[in-house]
Design a protein. Structure first.
Lengths: 793, 346
């Protein structure tokens, strides 16, 4: 919103005030000022001139040679305006003067020297009217500088509308002036109003509010005999400076009032509109608004009607057919207060947000409707004294806001602020802002003014804001808290997340990625990934991605696909959320999952698989100090990207926390036939249910150990885990540990067997083992294995 | 005898000059000094001499033996040096400009920035908390004083789910849960919590708009937490975050969950407060919203607003990462584009 300092100074004295400093304080205490414009500085030496002679230009049909009397002399200029005529009084820019970016110099125009310039309103920067010269209707001595009667010089500042959303009182100059008065500690002048009580005996307007749900108040009055069509020049300048386009006197006045006190008003042509009904319609219908557009009105939109038909959309825009015309001389003036939410919702449904609706949205003060009418009448009658009032002020006050009184004491404010603001200063501030203060020492009871009582100020904390913002946050002494020293609870789970990430990035050169919480439907289709139905978004602007993911893997496979062309080797992971269906109470079963994917054109599929397995095993070991076990899991085959054979569940103690798999060849082929891909998904929430094992140091034997490598011939389909179980069946107190060294497979030599080399380490804590003891242990072990059809190679 | 020794010496010199390796040198040693070596043989010959002759000749043989031994040791050193030089000169020249290995793994830029900030807050005694991404309407709105009919609840901003839940629109959605988890703070021991999280806005994405982004929120609640404390903490913490002595200023700002609410600005680093295009010539950069936690929010969190006060602040983590790394296009974060993400090596 644009605010004119000239306008403000009508309501509070600004003499001697440093305006730049004031605007800065306004930003810090009230609302953000985004820009400051100095208006009229670029208009210089423009005076009142009278055209006394008009001749054709010898070289141009459009141009004229004009003689202008500026009091002290007669100047000859070349003028291109279409409306030059003898006797016209116009703003005339003298040699050496300035009009906007143009410096006035002696210049030949089409061969004839011009010694000045007659100006249009647009050239003076006071409207967008460039149809011809500005005609000065008032009577001023020739040669008078136009700045003597036109308020061209002004400081206009733009307040960020967003920072005013909670301040319905600041949507007009008068409210802003109240803030500035408080900041300067100078009084706010009362608005000059017409007295409507003298028309009490006139007949009222036939007004009925039939639907009172969305309205607080409707006030109106009729006036006749309006003869002036054009607003005074200074009113037009203000409107222009504040971003409104001057139209005609009545329209300008309604806009002027809206800019001045924030109350939207509407003027109906009284020839067409005699009575008022406020209501909704059960059936939708079409309505022509005054911007010339036909709009569909639904049953939730409040309408202003006369006895026959709708004449305006309440709080949004008037109708085309009832609006004032060029020949309107009698008006019905509406000044109403509609409920904010209703207006906002209607405006949204209609796709029509207007200056009026955006003000109503902020919940305006209903006390303003009558004040606006009285102010309108005062201004109109000053401009056009012949105006006749033809009705009494007709007012239907449907609903009232409660009067709000807030009680507090200084101690409460002190606790909130952490500083000591004197009670006298609090009282002064609140009084400037219009609060009615009753005070007993440090005890306060304040009545919230009506313009702040519609939603803005309701409780003590709100009062704290009023006092502190005017006090100035820059003036606060800043202090640390007086708190005790206490240890901070460690966020183990968050630490673990970082450990996992750093482990995978540092040890496995993987890249952390982030993906969306929903399935990317198009991508999944392209890759042939089928996902389970899950909870869905009902209103997404990207409607095809409406399903919340129940697993993180499809997102990662999508990334593999996106990167495959330029990356022959990839390792990616994400810790992200999924919704694994719903819980019993109907809420999403949100889980935190770790997804890992490794893809390579360099490594074999088997190598990729085992690299992933190693990463999974080691990352879990790193966090939990527990070796996970890999088990058969048929449930994961429900995912069509899982490999039916080369996949396994991941178990930590007794809890299955995830799985790993080779990418199903069908999906792989859609990405790249030569790419070997393996992935794993681990439920972090489940993993965190298992406590980490403490690290236990084991004493090492002082005596030398003996290692024996045994190459065992094992049936091909027997897993290492099974072999390991067989080995464990042999009770041997001196077998310290054993581990896999190598697996050799060659069908030509070994047929259906594989050779598994296991290294056994024997040691005693008490003595050095004799070689025959070792031999007998090996023999015993081999005997057990033989019973399981496993022989030494 | 003497002539013999002279001959042996000569023969030794000749043969030594031909030696090229340790093995050959060893051979010579054996030839001359071995059990049956030429010098050893001479010692045996001493038996037939008179004691007088024995003494003289013995000395001479011993001298020869010592000379030869010394010559061999010296020659060995020369040989070793030669071999060493040979190895060095014949060594394969490694091209140390060849790039090694693959590109290192990386953390997501959000993770890097988030961890750094969490670490700073931890040193100030803040607990790090987490919140759900899928939230109830109550937690996301009612509990933070955004009643029904508030414009922020309009359909276009929020992703609503078919089970009645929503994707959280701000980290504040965790406030109520956290207040209830930690309960009423003990005297002099304010609750200090930081809770970063991923948030969602239902809008179309472009270079400067994302529907999925990270925020970070903190709050401190206790029996004597004031606006003065808020300014202090913000100044100290932001100075740590930006690694400079940050000046802060507060302006009134409206957010339903705080009262009073503020917009916090920091002094512009680029122009040092003199005014430039980055700060729109104001010398200040709008950084974060903050404020004193609204009494209604405290009450809904089970904390008596008459006894306790608190402040809260929010920070756009995604925006901060964009500032830190000079990222122009916000879509990078969720792109999974390895060319981009591989650059965040620290």
């Amino acid at each position: 919103m644009l605010i004119s300092m000239n306008w403000i100074s009508e309501f509070t004295d600004l003499s001697g005030v440093n305006i730049k400093e004031l605007i800065n304080r306004f930003t810090l205490s009230t609302a953000e000022v985004e820009d400051v414009y100095e208006m009229g500085k670029n208009i210089k030496d423009v005076v009142v001139g009278k055209i006394i002679e008009v001749n054709d230009h010898p070289n141009s049909k459009k141009l004229h040679l004009v003689k202008v009397d500026i009091g002290t002399e007669v100047v000859e200029v070349v003028c291109g305006a279409p409306n030059v005529f003898v006797g016209a009084v116009v703003p005339f820019a003298k040699l050496g003067g300035r009009v906007g970016d143009l410096e006035i110099k002696e210049v030949p125009i089409a061969g004839v020297v011009s010694r000045g310039m007659c100006c249009s309103e647009k050239e003076l920067g006071i409207s967008d009217d460039h149809s011809g010269l500005m005609i000065i209707e008032e009577d001023y001595p020739l040669g008078t500088d136009i700045k003597e009667f036109m308020q061209l010089e002004d400081i206009v500042f733009e307040v960020d509308n967003k920072s005013l959303t909670n301040r319905p009182d600041l949507w007009g100059h008068y409210g802003i002036a109240r803030e500035i008065a408080a900041l300067n500690k100078r009084p706010l002048k009362p608005l000059e109003l017409a007295d409507t009580s003298i028309y009490r005996s006139l007949p009222p307007i036939d007004l009925k509010v039939e639907d009172d749900k969305r309205i607080y108040r409707f006030s109106c009055i009729t006036m006749d005999n309006i003869s002036k069509k054009k607003s005074p020049i200074n009113m037009r300048i203000r409107l222009t400076y504040c971003g409104m386009r001057p139209i005609n006197l009545l329209a300008d006045l309604t806009n002027y009032l809206m800019m001045e006190i924030g109350q939207p008003m509407h003027a109906y042509d009284n020839r067409k509109v005699k009575d008022i009904r406020v209501k909704t319609f059960s059936e939708p219908f079409d309505f022509l608004t005054l911007d010339g557009v036909t709009r569909r009105i639904d049953s939730d939109t409040l309408m202003i009607c006369d006895i026959k038909e709708p004449i305006g959309i309440a709080g949004i825009m008037g109708g085309e057919l009832s609006s004032i015309f060029y020949d309107t001389s009698s008006v019905l003036l509406e000044s109403a207060n509609f409920e904010g939410t209703g207006v906002r919702k209607s405006a949204t449904r209609l796709g029509l947000r207007t200056d009026a609706s955006s003000r109503y949205e902020k919940t305006l003060d209903p006390e303003m409707t009558v004040i606006a009418i009285e102010r309108f009448m005062k201004l109109l009658m000053d401009i056009d004294p012949g105006v006749k009032v033809t009705s009494c002020l007709t007012d239907s006050y449907v609903k009232r806001y409660d009067k709000i009184t807030v009680d507090f004491d200084k101690a409460y404010i002190d606790k909130y602020t952490g500083i000591d603001i004197p009670s006298d200063l609090m009282e002064e501030t609140l009084t400037y802002l219009g609060f009615k203060v009753t005070r007993d020492g440090d005890k306060f009871s304040v009545v919230v003014p009506s313009w702040r009582a519609t939603k803005d100020v309701t409780m003590k904390a709100d009062i704290v804001e009023e006092i502190t913002r005017i006090y100035g946050y820059d003036n606060f002494e800043i202090n640390s808290t007086k708190s005790l020293l206490s240890p901070v609870r460690h966020s183990v789970e968050r630490d673990n997340e970082y450990r996992i990430k750093i482990f995978l990035s540092d040890k496995y050169d993987m890249n952390e990625v982030h993906s969306y919480i929903w399935y990317e439907t198009k991508m999944n289709k392209e890759l042939g990934i089928v996902t389970e139905p899950n909870v869905r978004i009902v209103n997404s602007v990207t409607a095809e991605n409406d399903t919340i993911r129940s697993t993180i893997i499809p997102s990662l496979l999508g990334f593999v696909y996106k990167n495959v062309d330029s990356n022959p080797e990839m390792g990616m992971y994400e810790i992200g959320r999924v919704a694994d269906g719903l819980t019993e109470d109907g809420l999403c079963n949100e889980r935190k999952r770790l997804g890992i994917v490794i893809a390579s054109k360099v490594l074999s599929e088997k190598e990729v698989f085992f690299k992933l397995k190693e990463a999974v095993e080691r990352v879990i070991m790193d966090i939990k100090n527990i070796s996970p076990v890999f088990v058969e899991n048929n449930e994961i085959n429900k995912y069509n990207y899982v490999h039916a054979v080369n996949s396994a569940g991941i178990k930590l103690k007794d809890l299955e926390i995830g799985y790993l798999s080779i990418l199903n060849p069908k999906i792989r082929n859609n990405i790249d036939k030569k790419l070997n891909v393996a992935f794993a998904e681990i439920d972090i929430d489940d993993m965190e249910k298992i406590d980490a094992m403490p690290l236990e140091y084991k004493e090492v034997s002082k005596y030398p150990g003996v290692t024996v490598d045994l190459s065992l011939l094992v049936d091909k389909e027997i897993r290492y885990e099974t072999l390991s179980k067989y080995i464990d069946m042999y009770p041997c107190q001196y077998l310290d540990r054993y581990y896999l060294v190598d697996i050799f497979e060659d069908d030509r030599i070994l047929q259906n067997k594989k050779s598994v080399t296991v290294r056994f380490e024997f040691v005693s804590m008490e003595r050095t083992l004799e070689s025959h003891e070792i031999q007998s242990m090996v023999d015993g072990l081999l005997a057990v294995l033989k019973s399981k059809n496993i022989e030494l190679r | 005898m003497l002539g013999n020794l002279e001959k042996i010496k000569q023969q030794f010199q000749e043969e030594l000059n031909k030696v090229n390796s340790n093995a050959e040198l060893e051979k010579i040693r054996v030839t001359f000094l071995g059990k049956k070596g030429l010098v050893t043989e001479q010692l045996k010959n001493l038996r037939d001499l008179t004691p007088e002759e024995k003494r003289t000749a013995g000395m001479q043989v011993n001298n020869l033996k010592n000379d030869i031994e010394q010559a061999i040791v010296e020659y060995q050193k020369t040989l070793e040096e030669k071999e060493y030089l040979q190895e060095i000169n014949n060594a394969e020249r490694y091209d140390y400009t060849i790039p090694c290995g693959k590109s290192p793994g990386t953390l997501h830029p959000i993770t890097i920035v988030q961890k750094r900030i969490e670490d700073i807050f931890k040193t100030m005694g803040f607990i790090i908390e987490d919140g759900l991404e899928i939230q109830t309407e109550y937690n996301n709105f009612e509990a933070v004083n955004i009643p029904k009919n508030h414009p922020a609840r309009d359909m276009q901003d929020t992703y609503y789910l078919d089970n009645g839940q929503l994707l959280k629109t701000h980290t504040s959605a965790a406030q109520n849960t956290i207040m209830r988890k930690y309960g009423v703070p003990k005297t002099g021991e304010p609750m200090k919590v930081l809770f970063p999280g991923r948030c969602f806005r239902n809008e179309n994405i472009d270079a400067s708009h994302e529907n999925t982004f990270f925020q970070l929120e903190g709050m401190m609640i206790g029996d004597d937490i004031s606006i003065s404390n808020l300014i202090y903490f913000m100044k100290v913490l932001l100075s740590e975050v930006f690694e400079r002595d940050v000046k802060v200023r507060l302006r009134p700002g409206f957010f339903p969950f705080v009262e009073p609410g503020f917009e916090l600005d920091i002094n512009c680093e680029i122009c040092e407060g003199k005014g430039c295009t980055t700060c729109k010539h104001s010398g200040w950069l709008e950084l974060l919203p903050c404020g004193m936690i609204h009494p209604n929010v405290l009450r809904m969190g089970g904390i008596d607003p008459e006894r306790y006060t608190g402040f809260a602040f929010g920070l756009g983590l995604t925006r901060l990462a964009m500032m830190k790394y000079n990222i122009k296009d916000i879509r990078l974060f969720n792109s999974g584009n390895l060319k981009q993400l591989r650059q965040f090596t620290r």
